[in-house]
Ligand binder design. Structure first.
Ligand code: NA7
Length: 552
């Protein structure tokens, strides 16, 4: 041990009731909620302020691509809803961050958050029934409960391409975008990736850059973002109806303020379908998906009707037929994360944007000054990696907590992301994941989902306290049954049949299966059901200190 390490070791250990890892949307609410329960809470985050994903993803064009404002927000405080004005329906990244900073001020969150502090190790002490976390800054803290609010989209996927580290120009990952302004002026920029981040940033980069070369592995369906200002009257109306809106959000399968579609695409004539698709296309935004038919994600035939519609729109927009051909998606529409775009397909009509189809013309290597594909070298000054994330499970694996007997999560999750109720793992007592595998996570309005998960965890903590329990974990049998339930729902849809970050297919070597609970609001009914049955599927262990008290 070096003298520096010895010095760090000599720092006193801090003790809390709850340690939270991550100060994004979920971690912030965790702090507020558990504090409201009278518990002492400490939050650690590697970033220098709140926001998580919204702190990191500041690439040009980054916007909410979910149901949109004012519904992508916390619901726990009516005062918060009443005092915050959203300017646009698809808020830009900086507006979401402003909101989260306001929440941190409003509820005085920062005093219990330690920023620029990366948790390097989390270990369960079976005798003490506590987790110990160690940070890169030398903090050691213990707590009976560990909340992993580590983000479903926060571990950047860095592609392993020959020579990429030799590239001498500027290189940025969209999920790790610099805080200083990045200038594209006069530069030749290559963008790898055409998911949400690539499709949002490419038109913005093209406005400034000398040239943009888009390196596309999989063509994507993308829908008009339909972003528009929210007039004050509309905000006022949303506030006036907030109780009813919240009720609709809680009832909706995805936590969105809309009714469920009830008609099959195949019940309508081609003309009726076309009319509906066109009407939704003109409105744009997430409203498109919410107003659709109920079998787009389950019936190949229904799916094809929408896929054909979007492909026709791409053909109509992109002038060069060869480029349009390369942009034609051929997977089931919606089975990769639906993308909202603003000027993406139009960008290919500019003289300074070129599309390389990596399926026909794969990348061979990078050089210090460019990227070489099979057809030749593309000289570039800047590389933008819009290559996404080791999503859903990746940040838990990066944390790699050690449970009973020093068992590592990496070891436990080699073949599958074993879990129960999408939050707990056998052998890892008192550890809770937020938006982890086995939960609806990214398939649900995420701030609302985090609130609902945290409330459930808080109730479980109360249940334990009332009964003198010191540890809770699921049985492996309940994990297996939960895994079957998750897969059963997913396999009734077309989703598992497409390679996506939802199935882990974007990360080499990752177990390939659909790990999210597709049932949305049904998940929350299942949580209530588990709680009502005295937390069926869990094993409890009496608190060791209570046992000692009884014995004495
Ligand atoms: P995504 O949706 O995972 O997109 C990543 C893109 O990068 C996608 O087009 C990938 O192609 C491509 N990719 C990844 N690795 C490579 C390599 N090695 N070579 C070529 N192309 C590659 O991430 P985003 O950041 O865009 O979006 C993530 C979520 O953040 C989004 O859903 C929003 O909710 C916000 P592929 O499709 O895998 O063939």
């Amino acid at each position: 041990m070096t003298s520096g390490q010895q010095l760090l070791r000599s720092r006193p250990i801090e003790h809390y009731d709850v340690v939270v890892i991550g100060a994004g949307v979920s971690g912030m609410y965790a702090l507020h909620h558990f504090r409201q329960m009278g518990l002492s809470v400490r939050v650690y985050d590697g970033a220098s302020d709140v926001g998580g994903t919204w702190w990191y993803n500041r690439y040009p064009g980054a916007r909410v691509d979910g149901p949109g404002s004012p519904f992508y927000c916390y619901t726990f405080s009516d005062e918060l809803m009443n005092e915050w004005d959203w300017a646009e329906t698809q808020s830009e990244q900086s507006a979401v961050l402003d909101y989260l900073e306001h929440v941190a001020d409003r509820f005085d969150l920062r005093r219990d958050i330690q920023f620029e502090t990366w948790v390097q190790d989390a270990r369960y002490d079976e005798a003490a029934q506590r987790w110990t976390v160690e940070t890169g800054t030398g903090v050691r803290a213990t707590a009976p409960f560990l909340i992993c609010a580590v983000g479903a989209l926060s571990t950047a996927n860095m592609p392993d391409i020959p020579g990429i580290h030799d590239f001498a120009g500027e290189c940025y990952h969209t999920g790790r975008w610099p805080h200083e302004p990045v200038s594209f002026e006069g530069k030749r920029v290559a963008v790898i990736g055409t998911g949400s981040s690539g499709i949002q940033s490419i038109p913005e980069i093209a406005k400034e850059a000398a040239h943009v070369t888009v390196l596309q592995r999989t063509p994507q369906y993308a829908f008009p973002a339909g972003n528009r200002p929210i007039p004050p009257e509309e905000m006022a109306e949303a506030r006036a109806k907030w109780e009813a809106i919240k009720g609709t959000m809680l009832a909706n399968i995805g936590g969105f303020p809309s009714d469920m579609p009830s008609r099959s695409a195949l019940e309508d004539t081609p003309e009726q379908r076309e009319a509906l698709y066109e009407e939704l296309w003109q409105v744009g935004g997430f409203r498109f998906f919410l107003g659709l038919y109920n079998d787009i994600a389950t019936s190949e035939k229904a799916n094809e009707t929408l896929a054909d519609f979007v492909r026709a729109k791409i053909r109509e927009t992109v002038r060069d037929p060869e480029t349009a051909r390369k942009l034609m998606p051929d997977h089931f529409v919606m089975t990769k994360r639906p993308i909202l775009e603003d000027g993406y397909f139009e960008a290919y009509n500019r003289d300074n944007v070129t599309l390389v189809d990596l399926r026909e013309d794969p990348i061979e290597r990078f050089t210090p000054t460019g990227v070489v594909t099979r057809s030749g070298e593309h000289p570039i000054d800047m590389l933008v990696l819009a290559t996404g994330f080791d999503a859903i499970s990746g940040s838990m694996l990066r944390l790699n907590p050690k449970g009973r007997g020093g068992m590592s999560l990496k070891g436990r999750w080699q073949d599958r992301f074993h879990n129960y109720v999408g939050m707990t793992i056998a052998g890892f007592p008192n550890l809770f994941m937020i938006h982890g595998p086995g939960s609806p996570g990214v398939f649900y309005n995420m701030p609302l989902g985090a609130e609902r998960q945290m409330e459930w965890i808080g109730n479980l903590m109360r249940h334990m306290r009332e009964r003198g329990m010191g540890a809770v974990e699921p049985t492996t049998e309940s994990e297996e049954a939960w895994g079957n339930e998750v897969s059963g729902i997913a396999n009734a849809t077309l989703f598992p049949r497409t390679d996506s970050w939802w199935t882990g297919a974007n990360i080499p070597g990752k177990p390939r299966y659909f790990s999210a609970y597709m049932g949305g609001s049904i998940y929350y009914m299942r949580l209530s059901d588990v709680a009502a049955k005295d937390y069926a599927g869990f094993a409890f262990e009496p608190a060791h200190d209570a046992e000692a008290e009884q014995a004495s």
